[in-house]
Design a protein around this ligand. Structure first.
Ligand code: ZN
Length: 364
């Protein structure tokens, strides 16, 4: 039997009551136990608010109200007179409730989506911290295999000192799990860059621009830091997403076939953010100090490259991809002050022999 809590209003007084929809009429039983019975056809429902409906007898001697607006259709079905406008009002309300619910769902969905978009890169970058280092190596190997840099130099007079520099840095670079490999290519452009996993490329232009092996060591230490801090992997994941990374790792040995694909991947990997450059500088200075090399050589190298930037004799690409020289030099000096006294043990390399062995500058 359907019953609804409500109230009875008689002669200006109200009391709590329960409405029963049964039998030949509406039964209203007050909390004091008095029962009123109103035939449905003598009932008129003519006011509703958001949460209540009001009815009365057609004679107007009794009125009742209830918050249970859901009893309205049943009252109507049993023959009570319901004002058309009450019906329309209820319909509108139901409809607006429904559309408000949809609006809420839609807004909730949009907010969730925006939150996801905002969180996703952070989650993905978190993933980089936990990803095995084999991912870096596979990605770096794949890009390196497709880069067309011309023939790699194998002159021991050049490679010997370069490997000597790397050997001095490596034990202090926290590079476990990476395979640090230096490659030298003949190009007049002053450039150095690192791929994820450990491939590092130096141009003969950079070796020619340096005035001491310590300056080359400073640049190499900076590139090693990009590898060990996984900057390139982060840049790649930020640029193309973990899905692209997963796809590349799942495909084949040569996921970057085609110059465009390699170019896009390499550009993404080499486009470091300002904070990554500062991070690489800081890490490089610590590595250099531990290897008994003076990190100020990094500042010297940066300044020299900046002064070359206007000239046409080997444009310093490294300075262009590593902008903000004056700030970086200031930060390097600050960091050196923090590090305190640095022992400088020169690198035992045949520098002039290396310089003499450098091939004539090539354009490409
Ligand atoms: Zn860098």
């Amino acid at each position: 039997m359907a019953s609804y809590p409500g109230a009875l209003h008689v002669g200006g007084r109200s009391e709590d009551a329960t409405l029963f929809l049964d039998g030949p009429g509406l039964r209203v039983v007050t909390d004091r136990g008095v029962t009123y019975r109103i035939a449905y056809k003598e009932l008129s429902i003519d006011i509703t608010t958001d949460h209540a409906l009001y009815g009365r007898t057609t004679k107007g001697d009794l009125a009742f109200s209830t918050h249970a607006t859901e009893c309205l259709p049943e009252l109507k079905r049993r023959g009570a007179h319901v004002e058309e406008q009450v019906h329309a009002q209820l319909d509108r309300r139901r409809h607006s409730h429904r559309s408000r619910r949809w609006l809420r769902l839609l807004l909730g969905g949009v907010a969730g989506f925006v939150l996801l978009l905002w969180l996703l890169p952070k989650v993905l970058l978190l993933f980089v911290d936990w990803a095995p280092k084999s991912i870096d190596r596979k990605l770096g190997d794949a890009v390196y295999a497709e880069l067309e840099l011309g023939p790699e130099l194998d002159d021991p007079r050049i490679l010997g000192p370069v490997q000597e520099i790397l050997a001095r840095l490596q034990p202090h670079a926290q590079a476990d799990g990476y395979e640090l490999r230096l490659h030298v290519y003949s190009h007049r452009m002053v450039n150095a860059f690192a791929l994820p996993g450990g491939h590092m490329i130096l141009t003969t232009g950079l070796l020619r621009c340096a005035e001491s092996p310590e300056e080359v060591a400073a640049v190499v230490a900076h590139e090693v830091a990009h590898v060990t801090r996984r900057h390139s992997l982060r840049s790649f994941v930020r640029g193309s997403g973990a899905w692209a990374l997963a796809k590349i790792l799942a495909t084949s040995d040569r996921p970057f076939v085609g110059t465009a694909a390699v170019g896009a991947a390499a550009t993404m990997m080499l486009r470091h953010q300002r904070d990554q450059e500062a991070d690489a500088d800081r890490v490089a200075l610590t590595t250099l100090a531990a290897a008994q090399l003076d990190g100020r050589a990094l500042a010297v190298m940066l300044q020299r490259m900046e002064s070359l930037a206007g000239g046409d004799d080997g444009a310093p690409e490294w300075a262009q991809t590593h902008p903000d020289t004056s700030n970086r030099v200031a930060e390097i000096e600050q960091e050196m002050t923090k590090l305190g006294v640095v022992i400088n043990t020169p690198l035992p390399v045949r520098w002039s022999e290396l310089q003499a062995a450098l091939p004539a500058p090539r354009e490409h």
